[in-house]
Design a protein around this ligand. Structure first.
Ligand SMILES: *[C@@H]1O[C@H](CO)[C@@H](O)[C@H](O)[C@H]1NC(C)=O
Ligand SMILES: *[C@@H]1O[C@H](CO)[C@@H](O)[C@H](O)[C@H]1NC(C)=O
Ligand SMILES: *[C@@H]1O[C@H](CO)[C@@H](O)[C@H](O)[C@H]1NC(C)=O
Length: 212
């Protein structure tokens, strides 16, 4: 009897642990609250949630390495901090991620040009936060991805440079200071020249920029 009770208690806590802590995605019925759970990527490499850099009291939504929570690799609201712990990150029905403050004002949001049927926001094990439609894992079909808006960290699989189709420029930029992730003075950009002979720079597979 005791063994059965133990087994029950164990599996209850195990399932609770899995549901409430190791969650890697949210749908429009769920949200991430400051002080609540974080998203954890499937292979546990990265986590996403609320944090304050250094001694700052300001709150931000960011992604960090699970093994080193001080190593923040991406910040959503880097230009618009929250002043208290009442922030909530939600996925709207139209597939847009919104960060709301205590009066439900939008502090930061993502965007998308197509409206998904079943929007899902998922933190991938590469550190990329993506919004996709249902189980469509084709990177070409992602509605939005944090890798398109780098902060100061280039992660493997991330690309820098111009997407000539959408006109989007991806570049790295330093934080203002260790306590302020807003865009600082230094940036790394890809110079397009007049006739670019390559479009993207990948960390894994370095290309060299040449002008013709
Ligand atoms: C913010 O939105 C939530 C959910 O829609 C609602 O319950 C709450 O009352 C709103 N808060 C304010 C201050 O409007
Ligand atoms: C919440 O955000 C809205 C829109 O950005 C802003 O107007 C409002 O002052 C903010 N509320 C608080 C309590 O900061
Ligand atoms: C999303 O917003 C960025 C600027 O924050 C803009 O460059 C981009 O064109 C927008 N994309 C869509 C699909 O609206």
């Amino acid at each position: 009897m005791a063994a059965i009770t133990h087994l029950f208690v164990y599996s209850f806590f195990f399932s609770l642990f899995r549901i409430s802590i190791a969650q890697d995605s949210i749908t429009p019925t769920q949200s991430i609250r400051d002080g609540g759970t974080t998203l954890v990527s499937a292979g546990r490499s990265f986590q996403m949630g609320f944090f304050s850099p250094g001694n700052s009291k300001s709150r931000y939504v960011g992604i960090w390495y699970t093994v080193s929570s001080d190593t923040v690799v991406w910040v959503a609201n880097r230009e618009a901090s929250l002043s208290d712990h009442s922030g909530v990150l939600k996925l709207a029905d139209d597939g847009v991620l919104v960060l709301l403050n205590s009066t439900n004002g939008t502090v930061w949001s993502s965007n998308t040009s197509t409206t998904p049927q079943n929007p899902v926001a998922q933190l991938l094990d590469t550190g990329n936060l993506v919004v996709k439609d249902g189980n469509n894992d084709d990177p070409e079909k992602f509605l939005w991805q944090s890798f398109d808006y780098p902060c100061d960290t280039l992660l493997p699989e991330m690309k820098l440079g111009w997407n000539l189709v959408t006109g989007l420029e991806r570049f790295l930029s330093s934080w203002k200071s260790t306590e302020d992730p807003a865009q600082g003075e230094n940036s790394v950009r890809i110079d397009l020249c007049k006739t670019p002979s390559f479009v993207e720079l990948k960390l894994k597979q370095f290309c060299v920029a040449t002008c013709q």
